[in-house]
Design a binder for this molecule. Structure first.
Ligand SMILES: Nc1ncnc2c1ncn2[C@@H]1O[C@H](COP(=O)(O)OP(=O)(O)OP(=O)(O)O)[C@@H](O)[C@H]1O
Ligand SMILES: [Mg+2]
Length: 322
């Protein structure tokens, strides 16, 4: 059995009275890639930011547990988090143009974590920076060290951010829509690059993705989020190709062939956080809703090789085995 790198259990994140994440539970196994999917506002970025300690009290209130190799991240101090970030956990955000500092050269920004976390001397760090830029396909890497971010294209900036994220060979990479700010022609290239680097270093990754087809291609596992909750999670091929939760099925049918007679687009929109139904949060949009769904929240249960939270599974999928 593969060991867990990150085990999240009952994680709730509140902004004021609104539970933006509501009892999120999921496991990231060592060496595996987990895709987070769900409509806009589902809480994907919030979860990614909470895992790396960029959302903490007093800005938000966190409860539940996030065990990273046995270390509890909920309530961890900012200082301890900043030791983890960059060294053990690398980050890639959607938009390199806002994440790279415009005032510092590319070289300065890559050598900073190498010096701080790995204790390299300046010369050693510079040599390593050249290797890193080279490994992410930046031509003429040495001369790029003195460039400022605005002197590079968006795709090149994203490559720089990837090289910074991977500079200290992190055990975990968190990437929030790492390619969606890029031209479609370079998206696949950059995603390949990220995965190639993750696999080459034996790291695990949590990747927020909008594209379900891409998710099933590049992720081992997937967690489907709806309104701050995980509704279905497990191996990507099972969850995405043989979806059990009506929300996952709905998301799938939004992307399958548009002339399909089985197409059942998701009706309605995600309720606002102040108007969440008290039972199943998906109940207001679900075609299978029953009174029980309005009363109580369905727990995640192990069904046909994945976890799924739905009271009506037996009615919708009579052959599914719990
Ligand atoms: N700074 C903030 N202040 C208040 N509410 C916020 C803030 N950031 C996000 N939210 C709310 O938290 C919820 C989750 O947002 P989040 O950005 O995590 O969703 P997401 O799944 O990443 O969406 P997207 O696909 O659009 O990036 C949303 O209801 C959003 O309105
Ligand atoms: Mg987001």
């Amino acid at each position: 059995m593969t060991e867990a790198l990150l085990r999240i259990n009952g994680l709730t994140l509140r902004r004021g009275s609104a539970a933006v994440l509501d009892e999120v539970s999921l496991t990231l196994l060592k060496g595996r890639t987990l895709g987070l999917v769900g409509e806009s506002g589902a809480g994907k970025s919030t979860l990614a930011m909470a895992i790396i300690g960029l959302l903490m009290a007093p800005e938000v209130q966190l409860s539940g547990s996030m065990l990273y190799q046995g270390q509890q991240l909920v309530g961890l101090s900012d200082k301890r988090f900043s030791q983890l970030r960059g060294k053990k956990i690398g980050l890639i955000f959607q938009d390199a143009t806002t994440s790279l500092d415009p005032c510092f050269t590319i070289g300065e920004q890559i050598i900073e974590p190498l010096r701080r976390h790995l204790g390299l001397k300046r010369d050693q760090a510079l040599e390593r920076a050249v290797e890193l830029l080279d490994s992410v396909g930046i031509p003429d890497a040495r001369s790029r060290l003195s460039a400022y971010p605005h002197q590079l294209s968006g795709g090149m900036q994203q490559r720089v951010m990837i090289s910074i994220a991977l500079a200290c060979s992190p055990e975990l990479l968190i990437a929030d829509e790492p390619t969606s700010a890029l031209d479609v022609t370079v998206q696949a290239q950059i995603m390949d690059l990220i995965l190639q680097r993750v696999r080459a270093t034996g790291a695990s990754a949590v990747i927020v993705l909008h594209d379900l087809a891409l998710t099933s291609q590049v992720c081992d596992d997937v967690a489907v989020m709806y309104a701050g909750q995980i509704v279905e999670t497990g191996p990507a091929h099972l969850v995405l190709d043989q979806a059990l939760h009506p929300y996952t099925t709905g998301l799938r049918s939004c992307v399958v062939e548009f002339d399909s007679s089985e197409l059942v687009p998701l009706p309605g929109t995600v309720p606002s956080l102040n108007e969440m139904p008290s039972g199943c949060r998906f109940s207001s949009r679900c075609a299978y809703v029953q009174p029980k769904c309005l009363d109580a929240r369905p727990p995640l249960e192990w069904v046909d090789g994945r976890w799924v939270a739905c009271w009506q599974l037996a009615a919708i999928h009579p052959k599914a085995t719990v």
